[in-house]
Design a protein around this ligand. Structure first.
Ligand SMILES: Cc1ncc(COP(=O)(O)O)c(C=O)c1O
Length: 500
């Protein structure tokens, strides 16, 4: 058996006495506080192969139970370390998440109360708090009075609800077509597939030189489909694309969608909370006019996983699409303005996710949260300027909403590979390339990314832009300061020099 041996099993593990509950609870909190206090000194990522993880962590179920304290300690020492520390101040890969302490406290309270939030009958208080939080989001996005939504497990789930709603509200026609940006998140394509759109009904539209959808291109695709007898249903725009942070031209897309009688969905899963800042509000102008908007409070609103959100101009439409009556739910009928959140999506049993958002906003205040979001935008912009000014870095896309894309490019002056030490570090793949060719730059930057991953100083990730391999920073964590970003960039340069 891996891990601690079962203990003596005295006392009821499911229902210990109050003193034991407190002791164990404090121990769990101590573990978390210890982790948070030591986070910066730790590596932002540690991984393991399946074989290693299995050998270290796999075990049969205990028949008679064990000492929960020792089990918790073991999990903290052995299991959690094999993971990304997504909230590490130098974790800038993928889309980071830096929950605040109020969100963690809310999780503890939510778990301990375990309210069933599928129906109003069983959760009047928590459901009201969800309505309150959704109303705040409505105001921040500038959606009209009456707009509302539902909290989901994440952005993928919210995008799926938006796509299914659009399909059904259009009468689920055979020839229904959905329009995505080539820069759109993969969850939209998956949502379209799950909703029954075959590949021939999913248009992945090219973007312009600025990687934003071109309205004329969307209009032409819609017109072409109409000519072919198809039925355009939904345009999905980016409110912060995952690769680059770009925002599509929302006001023009709103106008096009209205003119054409097509729904407009804005996927603002990561970027949406930028509306709390002046700069973000300007970038996301028009978002409040969309039919539906995806937001992910677990990305840039300091919540723990899993907390996503779908906002809808008319939440009644969500109920029209997702409500199914059942005899065993007949007691849950509503009086007046109450909401059965189970009617607005695909989950009946739901947790009280709104509490983390509520506690965060009411304890930190909107102003502090806006500052934290603004700091991410500013750090991204500063990183962009630093990269642009550096002779060995090439900016591949300007910073937008905390994301910046770039690559290492050996200085054009000076012979390549003249450092005998650097030669040792190069893989065979790298040896075979001219490091100033496109293939060479790709091989170099791939290797650089790998070295950053395993080096343990900072975490970044990569993407592809116009076919080119690009390194990418995404800076959304309230813990990240310029010193973290700068040292990560300096490390990129050092690794690049060692390889070039
Ligand atoms: C723009 C965008 N949409 C959707 C998603 C998917 O959200 P989730 O991972 O919460 O399901 C992401 C995740 O990074 C995203 O960046």
């Amino acid at each position: 058996m891996n891990g601690p041996e079962p203990g003596d099993g005295s006392g009821d593990a499911l229902l210990p006495d109050a003193e034991t509950m407190r002791r164990l609870g404090y121990r769990a909190v101590d573990h978390i506080v210890h982790r948070w206090a030591g986070l910066e000194a730790d590596r932002p990522w540690r991984g393991a192969t399946r074989a290693v993880a299995e050998a270290r962590l796999d075990s049969p179920p205990s028949e008679d139970g064990g000492d929960i304290e020792a089990l918790m300690d073991w999990v903290v020492q052995e299991v959690f370390p094999l993971a990304g520390r997504i909230d590490h101040p130098r974790f800038m890969g993928f889309v980071p998440s830096g929950p605040g302490w109020p969100a963690v406290l809310a999780d503890i309270l939510v778990s301990g109360h375990n309210v069933f939030q599928g129906t109003w009958l069983e959760s009047a208080g928590p459901s009201q708090i969800e309505l309150t939080v959704l109303e705040w989001f409505r105001g921040w996005l500038g959606m009209p009075e009456g707009a509302g939504g539902i909290l989901t497990s994440g952005g993928s789930a919210a995008n799926l609800l938006a796509v299914v709603a659009a399909r059904d509200l259009a009468g689920a026609p055979e020839g229904g077509v959905i329009y995505l940006s080539e820069q759109g998140h993969s969850s939209l394509e998956r949502a379209a597939r799950v909703a029954g759109f075959g590949p021939e009904r999913i248009r992945k539209l090219p973007t312009g030189p600025d990687r934003r959808l071109e309205v004329e291109g969307v209009a032409a695709a819609v017109a072409g489909d109409r000519e072919r007898g198809l039925r355009p249903i939904l345009i999905c725009a980016n409110g912060g694309a995952t690769s680059t942070g770009v925002v599509d031209p929302l006001p023009e897309l709103v106008a096009l969608a209205r003119r054409e009688g097509i729904r407009l969905h804005v996927d603002a899963a990561y970027g949406g909370f930028a509306v709390l800042t002046d700069e973000g509000r300007a970038a996301l102008e028009g978002i409040g006019e969309a039919d539906t908007v995806t937001l992910d409070p677990h990305k840039w609103f300091f919540q723990t996983y899993e907390c996503g959100c779908l906002m809808a101009r008319d939440p009644g439409e969500l109920e029209q699409v997702f409500r199914v009556s059942a005899a065993y739910l007949q007691d849950t009928h509503l009086q007046d303005r109450e909401v059965n959140f189970g009617d607005r999506g695909i989950q009946l049993t739901r947790a009280f996710r709104a509490l983390g958002i509520w506690l965060t906003v009411q304890s930190a205040g909107r102003r502090r949260l806006a500052e934290a979001v603004g700091a991410g935008i500013a750090l991204g912009a500063r990183a962009g300027a630093w990269i642009e000014a550096h002779p060995e870095l090439e900016l591949l896309h300007p910073a937008s909403l905390g994301i910046v894309c770039f690559r290492y490019r050996p200085h054009s002056e000076g012979p390549q590979g003249d450092d005998p030490h650097s030669d040792d570090l190069r893989s065979d793949d790298l040896h075979n390339h001219d490091l100033r060719s496109e293939e060479g730059l790709e091989a170099l930057n791939r290797e650089l990314q790998d070295r950053m991953l395993h080096g343990g100083h900072a975490m970044m990730s990569s993407t592809r832009l116009d076919g080119r391999y690009s390194l990418r920073f995404c800076i959304l964590n309230h813990r990240s300061r310029w010193s973290h970003v700068e040292s990560a960039l300096e490390q990129v340069v050092l690794e690049g020099r060692a390889l070039a």
